[in-house]
Design a protein around this ligand. Sequence first.
Ligand code: SF4
Ligand code: SF4
Ligand code: SF4
Length: 605
Amino acid sequence: MQAKFMFGNEAIARGAFEAGVKVVAGYPGTPATEIVDHCASFPGIYAEWSSNEKHAFEVAGGACLTNQRAMAVMKHNGTNAAADYLMHINFTGVKAGLVLISADDPGGLSSQCEEDTRILIHTYAHLPMFDPANVQEAYQMTKLAFDLSEKTELVFAIRPVMRINHAGGMVECQGSITAGKPPEFVPDRSRFVMSAVVEKEYGGELRPKMRHRWLNNKQAELKAIMEESPFNWIDSSEGDIGFVGCGIGYAFLKEAEKIYGQSLPIMKLGTLPIPEKKTLEFLKGLKKVVIFEEIEPVVERLVKQLCFENKISLDILGRESFLPKEGELSTNLVLTAVQAVFAGKDYPAPAQGKYIPARTRTQCGGCSHRGLLFAMKEVVRKNGGVVTGDIGCHDAGTFEPMKLQATIYCMGSSIPMAYGIQKAGFDKPVYALIGDSTFFHNGLTGLASAIFNKANITVVIGYNSTTAMTGFQPHAASTNNLMSKDVKPINPGELAAAMGAKVFWCNPYNVEDTIRVITEATQEEGVKVVVAEALCYLKFGREGKISYQPVPVAVDIDVCNGCGICIRTFGCPAITLVADKARIDESACNKCGVCIHVCKRGAIK
Ligand code: SF4
Ligand code: SF4
Ligand code: SF4
């Protein structure tokens, strides 16, 4: 045993490495991103950033059929993108161990939505899951999940939440590394061909129904495993009010117990299915139980069902009936609930806090997106129109001061939504703004659909050669991947041209030219693609590469009339208003020169 300080994502990667994982695939997304990077640093692991989460899961699925342990890594909304494969591999099962990491983000601290993937993976796809309460468990659960996946022939999922992925703690590692088997692919069409074919040997049943039965029959085996799991236990069970902590809910409960100053009857749960016998043992003699779990009342409903089936009557409180239904748990929330339940009161309505103005989201000083956003805003201001947005650093353009994109949903939605607006009869130009990584994730098929259906839209691709928002992971238009520094990038503009779009090119640091090119593209009929190409300043600047020729800029205070347009409409963090005049903070200015185009009085030079 060796103890080492690790963050949750490193602990998960370590657990996978020690379990003998050979193939790891993912798509970047906070809070799970670093898991793949850590895996790439271990010897003997092939790791990749796939184009999207579905493909990552499919790569891992192919590897496990080749007798190699594999892992797919994604954040919660990525699991939605992978749901189609999930709802097939649950029926086929696996050969070598296959682990799915699906990281949830309670409170939506770094996401477009707040969702609980336990519903998709366990309630819907009937697959087993682990819910770690701390970094040590994240390591242990990952390691054990591979063995259990192989034993049960099912994908095992782990659902760390943001405060596990990014938490740090000492982790006791076993150090032993499971030896793998030689790669071998033996076709087994009766399992791995999911199709509506008749199974002669099963009385003429269709295969989907037969595999569904196989999955249902597995549930008893899973329940027996979880009954013995080291991740479920009862701390103490005195009194007639009990508390259940699921995953990180247990950690908050233990903190609250310390502050409360009195030992509480607590059960800790870390698995789905829940251990039914152990849970019944804990519930015995209780009049009331409060269940703390992140996001949705998944365990709460299972406990209610268990009590119903066993004719047990007690008050079962949780996310469904007592606690706030949305947002993260916290020690304070749990302590408030403990105090309220002992006092026989409802959970108190949240006090209205003071409004503290939040810092708006923006791009780095020197970012190419700011020039692109400003140019698009100028085009829309002159000619009217609407811009649908997508996920990436550019999505900050939807907030003050730019307020350009009118929609932001999920990866790749900008293009189909744009042509949906156009097809519905909107009579002004429609634009879709998408980054290069998102274009390869799920924009390509949307573009094909737009071209095939004879849409009339302008798609603008911010081509900065990296997945910047999540920490500069490479993608199909980059010059490297996780295993090689020498990769031929797939140029999104050439690809769009090959698909039949009319393609235009511009340099977003040249605002006037970008306005001209987007205007020209708008005037054409059909699907036009404008590729705004410039390297991400932050990533490539650190590597000594040049995104633009630096231009020293300053405000001529004799010309500046303090109108504030450069601040209200543009939002470079280096520009402020001091004594009614614009001022450029030299320490924050990266000399991209884009703001020169913004001041119509010519005060920025
Ligand atoms: S990380 Fe790169 S793409 Fe993102 S805001 Fe900064 S310069 Fe722009
Ligand atoms: S620099 Fe130009 S845009 Fe900015 S406050 Fe002065 S006059 Fe207005
Ligand atoms: S102040 Fe102007 S030149 Fe400096 S980083 Fe901002 S936009 Fe670029």
